[in-house]
Write a protein that binds this ligand. Structure first.
Ligand code: UTP
Length: 270
């Protein structure tokens, strides 16, 4: 059973400067809800209610969002606006939120390792909130985990000329949409990519990942890459890549952020 999720949220979000000088990237809103709101809802729909955040300096807005706000509730209580707080209050009531700070931003792998005290010896989901998914991707991945009990990375086919922005996998399809991973390369050159299957920001990891991360040397860009530790898992045992069903918006980029904004505006406000 997957009961816990980790949200690495300590990155600088430099693509959204100057906003991210003081607003965490994960708190930028798609229409009226911050990115973490969508990620937490996805967790709850997958039966995950224990949620840990790896935060850093300037990220306190995340904690404030996930706590009650009595004055505000009192202010809107008899108005039509009261319902705007319902979903967030439901999250606060149903989930536990824990936090740990990453003191130096040494990469996604290092952020996941920093989250170890919040996860312990349990399999867990990792959600990168700036990848906004529609279509219950985590629910699909939890189902697959219950069958195979191994690390799973969500993948999506991307344009050939975009492979240098992602971790790219190579492997063999063992059932429809499920690939046994043989190799993973972080941001390969376009002509050296083994496929166009890109890893996106949803993972299920088994807890042996922590020891592997402790032994992972800094890779590309001097950062400890999660990809390297997952590759070690694939060599020692089994890692699956899953072509999820649904839509994903790369809200870490301005283009994806605008696409998501237009999509959710059309869907929920018109
Ligand atoms: P990104 O590569 O999107 O980096 O990290 P970023 O710093 O947030 O954004 P840009 O590229 O500067 O605009 C992927 C995820 O890993 C987290 C980020 O918060 C994001 O959710 N992360 C990254 C950490 O928590 N710690 C790190 O040291 C690096």
């Amino acid at each position: 059973m997957i009961k816990k999720a980790l949200f690495p949220a300590a990155g600088y979000g430099t693509r959204f400067l100057p906003a991210t000088k003081s607003v965490p990237k994960e708190m930028l809103p798609i229409v009226n809800k911050p990115l973490i709101h969508y990620g937490i809802k996805e967790c709850m729909n997958a039966g995950i209610f224990e949620i840990g955040f790896v935060t850093g300096r300037n990220k306190r807005a995340i904690e404030d969002y996930l706590d009650f706000s009595p004055e505000l509730e009192e202010k809107v209580k008899d108005s039509s606006k009261a319902k705007l707080l319902h979903e967030t209050n439901e999250m606060i009531q149903k989930c536990t939120f824990t936090y740990v700070r990453q003191k130096e931003m040494l990469g996604l792998g290092h952020a996941v390792l920093t989250g170890e005290p919040l996860i312990g010896n349990n399999p867990f989901a990792v959600v990168l909130a700036d990848d906004l998914c529609e279509g219950e991707v985590l629910t699909q991945m939890v189902e697959l985990y219950n069958k195979y009990k191994c690390t799973i990375v969500a993948v999506e086919e991307v344009d050939k000329n975009e492979v240098n922005k992602y971790g790219i996998i190579d492997g063999k399809e063992i059932e429809d949409g499920v690939i046994m991973v043989k190799n993973m390369v972080e941001k390969p050159d376009i002509d050296k990519a083994p496929s166009n299957l890109a890893v996106i920001g949803r993972y299920i990891l088994t807890p042996d990942i922590f020891d592997l991360l402790r032994n992972t040397k800094p890779g590309k860009g001097g950062e400890i890459q999660l990809t390297d530790a997952i590759m070690a898992q694939a060599q020692e045992g089994m890692v699956l890549a899953y072509k999820f069903k649904g839509k994903r918006f790369d809200c870490g980029s301005v283009k994806g952020f605008i696409e998501a904004t237009n999509y959710f505006y059309e869907k929920e406000f018109k």
